[in-house]
Ligand binder design. Structure first.
Ligand SMILES: C[S@@+](CC[C@H](N)C(=O)[O-])C[C@H]1O[C@@H](n2cnc3c(N)ncnc32)[C@H](O)[C@@H]1O
Length: 239
């Protein structure tokens, strides 16, 4: 295929097969699991995934890759083991999969993570920009601690598993990457309403909570970025 990289689709491609193997081994596919891959591109992860006895669905908006995958994996498609959806993942209605995997475009990483968290799934393995991974797992009181950390932290447990050099990709991007694990967890809050509350608080992250919202409890003098997730939920439920 003539590589005409699309900036619009955030196309940098993993060239290190050992990293692809590592990601798939982190995912640990089990027999008959339904697995979703976001943004297969040339299929470096797809190829490894198809070695397992799983049902694989891949979502890719770029018709060039869809055509390439349709050709390379026609037997898997015929046997029903592989389904290729030509679409923007962000526009799909959330579904149910056992596991999700993807080396996702940097510029829409937070939208993709928020969308994944609307899915019914057990765990996801994603390759993301290193700095983005650090924002996901940031501790309260640090500059990286944000609405993204809290929103994703309520709905899941996230860990950085492995850092990947920019030199493992082509064309070489300006940033390094990290492989992260997302494990979905149960939560008991209206996430849409809570997120609106977070947007308001974190838009003034250095102001005292009592000067942002009508709250006069024990955390009034704290700043939003200083509170743990549980403390933010407490403020939300009392305001
Ligand atoms: C960083 S590249 C990774 C490609 C391949 N998985 C790899 O590791 O080499 C991101 C891929 O996501 C695709 N992509 C971009 N926007 C997307 C979207 N909204 N939904 C699904 N895939 C998207 C791109 O076309 C590209 O194939």
């Amino acid at each position: 295929m003539n590589d005409n990289f699309s900036k619009k689709y955030g196309q940098v491609f993993l060239k290190d097969h050992n990293i692809a193997l590592k990601e798939v081994s982190f995912l640990s596919p089990e027999d008959n699991e339904c697995i979703l891959e976001i943004g297969p591109g040339h299929g470096i992860l797809t190829e490894q995934l198809l070695k397992y006895n799983i049902n694989l669905t891949v979502v890719e908006p770029d018709h060039r890759f869809v055509d390439q995958l349709n050709q390379s994996y026609s037997n898997f498609i015929k046997s029903g083991k592989l389904k290729i959806i030509k679409a923007d993942f962000l526009k799909l209605a959330p579904g149910k999969y056992d596991k999700i995997i993807g080396n996702i475009p940097y510029q829409i990483s937070s939208k993709i993570v928020f969308k994944i968290l609307d899915y019914d799934f057990k765990m996801a393995i994603l390759m993301v920009q290193k700095e983005f991974a650090q924002r996901l797992v940031a501790s309260p009181g640090t500059p990286d601690y944000s609405r993204l950390t809290v929103n994703s932290g309520i709905r899941s447990q996230i860990k950085i598993l492995y850092n990947v050099s920019r030199n493992s990709f082509y064309p070489v991007p300006k940033v390094d990457s990290s492989i992260i694990l997302i494990e979905k967890r149960e939560y008991n809050i209206d996430i849409k309403k809570f997120d609106l509350f977070l947007i308001k608080l974190f838009s003034m992250r250095r102001k005292k909570i009592s000067s942002i919202i009508d709250y006069h409890g024990i955390y009034s003098d704290k700043r939003p970025y200083e509170l743990t997730i549980d403390q933010l939920i407490e403020v939300y439920s009392q305001s």
